[in-house]
Write a protein that binds this ligand. Sequence first.
Ligand code: SAM
Length: 249
Amino acid sequence: MPATPAWPPKSTPRLYLEERIETGAAIELDQAQSRYLLGVMRRGDGDVVRVFDDRTGEYLARLATAGGGRCLATVEEKLAPREEVPDLWLCASPLQRDNFALVAEKACELGVRRFVPVEMRRSVVRKINNARLQKRMIEAAEQCERTALPVLAPLTKLDRLLRDWPADRTLFFADELGGEAPAEALANHSGPAALLIGPEGGFDDAERTAIRALPQARPISLGPRILRAETAAIAATALWMAVAGDWRN
Ligand code: SAM
């Protein structure tokens, strides 16, 4: 395991910036980021922050207060290149209440490359708030040290997802009616992968038939208990990371 560098300390605030970062650049932080650093984290002139851009990597920057409660971050040093995220997509039906944002957050923390909201026949929620999901994933990436954000795909209907499914990507479909033992199925596979999780009411029979007809699909079981959809999404992702992803390193 690589040694933890002493500088900057782990407690250094970490922010995602939309613009491309390069050493020497002076970047004006937005209102919310400035408020967070000055008001919540109690940082000020001369303090350091870590910033990353989902394009080039992570950097150390020094703060200066600017007018109107804004902060200026001057980028001093590159700390890390953008990481290579494991090639796992998580495809899942939108869920009620905060549960879908929770799944997006956990997908980001666990290392998913692409998060794909999928509308199914029994999906209760048929619209998603992309900005809210994106914000939740950015906050998770800031917290969990990711240097690459997950891609948030647009909401897609299941039949369209299956029609356009890439030939080289295995679709592990969590079927509450049963399937292969998941640890073996996920471990004995290499190459691009995806997980598919149904809505609160589960897949209907026609959907199950259509998914099973896809040559790239492999049904997996997640054990003898019926899990809530959000539990199933998080558990299956964690299992994939453990047996086929970057938890093995
Ligand atoms: N139709 C089910 C019921 O009410 O009895 C519930 C579906 S479950 C809440 C939602 C989704 O989680 C399922 O469509 C499936 O993708 C996944 N899931 C939950 N438990 C599972 C299990 N034991 N094995 C495989 N998938 C499971």
